[in-house]
Ligand binder design. Structure first.
Ligand code: 3HC
Length: 285
């Protein structure tokens, strides 16, 4: 092992940060580009399921809160694309990999949001799962990624609380509203568990990512933490959580493009990219 490799290993072992100018193994760089890009793609695609409810929010206050949240997600995507660019890739390259299917985004965003209660459930469960996964990433070994996570996590906690408050308001409403909330939770609970990735025994990347300090916990550890955090919240809401018996073949199907909304999400993203071409062209003059 030469001095540069030793310096890298010692920095990671001390839980210190690797910075863009530091030497790093090509595999470490590639893993970071893959994970940070997927994270950024998830934030941007993730605007679609809730964004569909902005024009149909039941009050001005709900519209304002939802607008603020969706706008935050766009900002999270920008921070993360900027972190990925420090690794020598361009945003154009990453967007092209997303559109071609060469890179992924979180499976959770390939599920439909037919009910307004889904806006609350996404805030409570999806952003709640994101918080469980992202707080440890504030301590990830790659500096720009960890620092981007600090602000993202602060905003995620607002996202999770506004979702919980929306659901609590509905649970204090009519029987029909309570049924809407339970139906939404029934649809989103297991896909939210899938956000943490496959079981550790089926995760090809976790061991390596843990050794490099990119991940600080395994998929199953974070999933268990999320279940433990959510159970009392469900009780306070008065909803029941479906079992934790996830169909991992469903995750494989959704991740490989065969989810309920994959085609729609990518087509919408492509359309937004095309519609924004004139802005990019004007900005490049
Ligand atoms: N959706 C899509 N792909 C998934 C997935 C999921 N839920 N779970 C796993 N995968 C993919 C992985 O990307 C990997 O494929 P690849 O090698 O081609 O990239 C493969 O399945 C095997 O999974 P591993 O567990 O071995 O892969 P990782 O070590 O990368 O772990 C992860 C997967 C836990 C999602 C990890 O990448 C991670 O922690 N990413 C950062 C957080 C993140 O991206 N969260 C997504 C949601 S963002 C969000 O929720 C926004 C919020 O505002 C709501």
């Amino acid at each position: 092992m030469d001095d540069l490799e030793r310096q890298f290993e010692e920095t990671v072992a001390r839980h210190d940060r690797i910075e863009p100018r530091d030497w790093m193994p090509e595999g470490y760089r590639r893993t970071l580009v893959r994970q940070i890009a997927q994270h950024a793609h998830s934030e941007v695609i993730g605007m679609q399921p809730e964004g569909a409810w902005i024009t149909r929010a039941p009050s001005l206050r709900r519209k304002q809160v939802l607008l603020a949240k969706v706008q935050d997600e766009a900002g999270h995507g920008l921070y993360l694309y900027s972190a990925a660019e420090t690794l020598g890739v361009t945003r154009d390259e990453l967007e092209a990999r997303l559109m071609s299917g060469a890179q992924k985004y979180s499976s959770i965003f390939n599920y439909p949001t037919p009910s307004y209660a889904d806006v609350g459930t996404i805030g409570w469960l999806v952003d709640g799962a994101a918080i469980c996964n992202q707080v440890p990433l504030c301590r990830t070994s790659y500096g720009p990624y960890g620092r981007a996570m600090v602000r993202i996590c602060k905003e995620e906690s607002f996202h999770q609380r506004q979702g919980f408050e929306l659901l609590m308001t509905m649970m204090r409403g009519t029987d029909e509203q309570r049924a809407m909330v339970q139906e939404s939770v029934d649809r989103f609970w297991k896909p939210a568990l899938m956000m943490f990735g496959p079981p550790d025994a089926e995760s090809p990347n976790t061991a390596r990512s843990m050794a490099w300090g990119i991940k600080r916990h395994t998929n199953d550890e974070l999933r268990a933490r999320f279940v433990e955090m959510t159970a009392p919240q469900a009780e306070a809401l008065g909803v029941t959580l479906p079992g934790n018996d996830v169909d991992w073949d469903e995750l494989k199907r959704v991740v490989s493009g065969d989810g309920p909304c994959n085609a729609e999400r990518l087509a919408h993203r492509q359309q937004a990219h095309d519609d924004g071409a004139w802005v990019r062209e004007a900005a490049s003059r």
